[in-house]
Design a protein around this ligand. Structure first.
Ligand code: PGA
Length: 250
């Protein structure tokens, strides 16, 4: 059985004050979340404080990006061992904003994926097509290419304890969610792609949906067979909305 995972991606939002209020709200309501694993991926500078505030709570902490390098002369970068040192258990890799705005390509994302695992954490590999790609009918080609880059570099077994997040780029931050059927189709395709190489890995890998998931639409999406949780942007900044999604996943 795959344990549902509901992950908040705060992106570059928040302050000490707003994060404290958000975490207080999450901690207050987390008791009603039954089976889902709940994760918050904070901006790196806040991870230490978030870990301390979540001490003793079941909510786990993650990062939104990290270096593919382990240490040395890489000004401005943060390594896996540093994140791990501050209690991170997950790292989002290859988010579409990083691919589109910061030029991260499949090869770099595969290196980051390996670095996250080498540091003892779980990568959340983001994949997804743009609107143009969906309209020209290449969604599966794009998603397969993004996943294959990691399988070719790391081998299929590296995916077994990893997480994949399917995030159609046209649905991120737009309020335009993929329909449960559209999402399920791609999730089933992703699982099938993994199953071509290992049925065991395909059965274990959690595949999250991301892209304007919110308190109102989460239950329908999460009811689908191959949707094992969500990667939540905007709605993860409001404790009540985030908890509603987490309850729907459990
Ligand atoms: P959104 O973002 O929920 O605000 O659409 C999701 C994401 O980018 O991970």
């Amino acid at each position: 059985m795959r344990r549902p995972l509901v992950a908040g991606n705060w992106k570059m939002n928040g302050s000490k004050e707003s994060i404290k209020a958000l975490l207080d709200g999450i901690k207050q309501g987390i008791g009603d979340v039954n089976s889902a694993e709940v994760l918050v991926c904070a901006p790196s500078i806040y991870i230490d404080g978030v870990s301390s505030q979540l001490d003793g709570s079941p909510v786990v902490v993650g990062a939104q990006n990290m270096s593919e390098q382990t240490s040395g002369a890489f000004t401005g970068e943060i390594s896996g061992s540093m994140l791990n040192d501050f209690g991170c258990q997950y790292v989002i890799i290859g988010h579409s904003e990083r691919r589109a705005i910061y030029g991260e390509d499949d090869a770099l994302v595969a290196k980051k994926f390996a670095a996250v695992r080498a540091a003892g954490m779980v990568p959340i590999l983001c994949v997804g097509e743009t609107l143009e790609e969906r309209e020209s009918g290449v969604t599966e080609t794009v998603v397969a290419r993004q996943i294959d880059a990691v399988i070719e570099a790391e081998g299929i077994d590296a995916l077994a304890d990893a997480v994949i997040a399917y995030e159609p780029v046209w649905a991120i931050g737009t309020g335009k969610t993929a329909s449960p059927e559209q999402a399920q189709d791609v999730h089933a395709f992703i699982r099938g792609r993994l199953a071509e190489q290992s049925a065991d890995v395909a059965a274990k890998t959690r595949v999250l949906y991301g892209g304007s998931m919110n308190a109102a639409n989460a239950a329908e999406l999460l009811a689908k067979d191959d949707i094992d949780g969500g990667l939540i942007g905007g709605a993860s900044l409001k404790a009540e909305d985030f908890l509603t999604i987490a309850r729907a996943a459990g």
